[in-house]
Design a protein around this ligand. Structure first.
Ligand SMILES: *Cc1c(COP(=O)(O)O)cnc(C)c1O
Length: 392
């Protein structure tokens, strides 16, 4: 676990992303070494017994890990950060560190689906009940909070369905009742949404996405407020949830260019979203930076930018036509994850697993808008829409 260094608070985010964690480099090199390590040697019995040195065992991290933890803690705005082998491991480690048998968890119905799966399997077996809430609930969350509600788990925008939540209202109600607020901040990152300033106690983030930024690393991080740091650090230690030094290094390398990448993802996504809105095949574009998006007012109030992930609702059309559109795309790959430099597209349908809200919109596509020329992306989708209009 590494605490953020308050010296960085004087800088703008773009500078923080360049400088934070740089102190771990040695011998004049710009970047820290990649330490492959299990054993760390101690100079004498006394130091060994007291574990009184900065590094004690590879599982607890090396200077490579500390550099990334510090940089993520600074940019997310929390007290300290821990690394995990994936975003999902960060979610699981956070929940297992904070809840106990008999606790109640309120989780957004728009949550990343594997997080819901974790609650319905592991947490349920351990005697923790999870109840799902409408992401648009706002201050109304108050009515759902019970005496044993330990935490409210939020994510925004919603995975695939892109709802923006009123986090300050939810956090105020949760804190009045003594409950914690956990936010999955993967979409915006700390660059575009300052979760702690809006009421979060813990941020989980899939570093696999924008921090890594190149589709070549699996990594997660937990960012904590000071009162929770020790408890989550204990849970993280007990679970042995460490990540490899090469992955930490790749994510640190990705993080250095996060600002310019996110600015370009946003510019491309906004241009593509506006173009998609004009297409006759499109019923609705879900992207909070669009003035017509249902979450736009909250987004404009709370965020300083939007990343490259958006969703599109098509007018009624057959599965075969959608397949004809997607199968022939040249620049949009089909596959899970997102946040790399390249554009991706997948169809989705949340009707089967939502429980607190109903999703009744037509065929839907999730698009990650990459860093290609947006004109080329439009031409590729334009050809795709023509295949959609004239099914084989
Ligand atoms: C991808 C994702 C995760 C999980 O990250 P992995 O590194 O793939 O385990 C968690 N939350 C959100 C919102 C995601 O998009």
């Amino acid at each position: 676990m590494k605490e953020k260094d308050s010296r960085f608070s004087q800088y703008d985010p773009a500078t923080q992303l360049i400088r934070a964690g740089a102190g771990y480099a040695e011998h004049g090199f710009v970047n820290p070494a990649v330490y492959h390590a299990s054993t760390v040697l101690f100079p004498d019995v006394e130091t060994l017994a007291a574990r009184s040195q900065a590094y004690v065992y590879g599982r607890d991290g090396t200077p490579t890990h500390r550099a990334l933890e510090q940089a993520i803690a600074v940019i997310e705005g929390g007290h300290s950060a821990l690394l995990c082998p994936s975003g999902m491991a960060a979610i699981a480690t956070t929940l297992l560190s904070l809840v106990s048998a008999g606790d109640h968890v309120l989780m957004t119905d728009s949550v990343y689906r594997p997080a819901r799966h974790f609650c319905e399997t592991v947490l349920r077996r351990l005697g923790v009940e999870t109840e799902y809430y409408d992401p648009l609930v706002g201050a109304g969350i108050e009515r759902l909070i019970r005496p044993n509600t330990r935490l409210v788990y939020t994510e925004q925008p919603g995975s695939q369905t892109m709802e923006i939540q009123d986090i300050p209202a939810i956090a105020a109600a949760a804190h009045r009742a003594g409950a914690l607020v956990v936010i999955d901040n993967t979409w915006a990152t700390g660059r575009f949404f300052k979760a702690f300033a809006h009421g979060a106690d813990v941020v989980v983030t899939a570093g696999t996405k924008y921090y890594g930024g190149h589709s070549d690393v699996m990594l997660g991080a937990i960012v904590m407020s000071e009162p929770l740091a020790r408890q989550i650090d204990l849970g993280h230690h007990a679970l042995g949830a460490c990540c490899g030094p090469d992955d930490a290094y790749l994510a640190l390398r990705g993080l250095r260019t996060l600002d310019v990448r996110l600015q370009q993802h946003m510019a491309n996504a906004l241009a593509l979203a506006q173009w998609l809105e004009q297409r006759p095949e499109v019923d609705q574009v879900l992207y909070p930076a669009l003035p017509g998006d249902p979450g736009h007012a909250l987004w404009a109030r709370d965020f300083t930018g939007a990343s490259g992930l958006l969703s599109v609702i098509l007018k009624p059309v057959t599965r075969e036509a959608v397949a004809a559109m997607l199968d022939g795309l040249e620049l949009f790959g089909m596959g899970y994850s997102w946040g790399g430099f390249e554009s991706l597209i997948i169809p989705f349908d949340p009707r089967g697993y939502r429980t607190a809200t109903r999703w009744e919109k037509g065929p839907a596509l999730r698009i990650h808008v990459g860093l290609e020329s947006v004109n080329d992306l439009m031409a590729d989708l334009d050809a795709g829409f023509r295949r959609l209009d004239t099914p084989r």
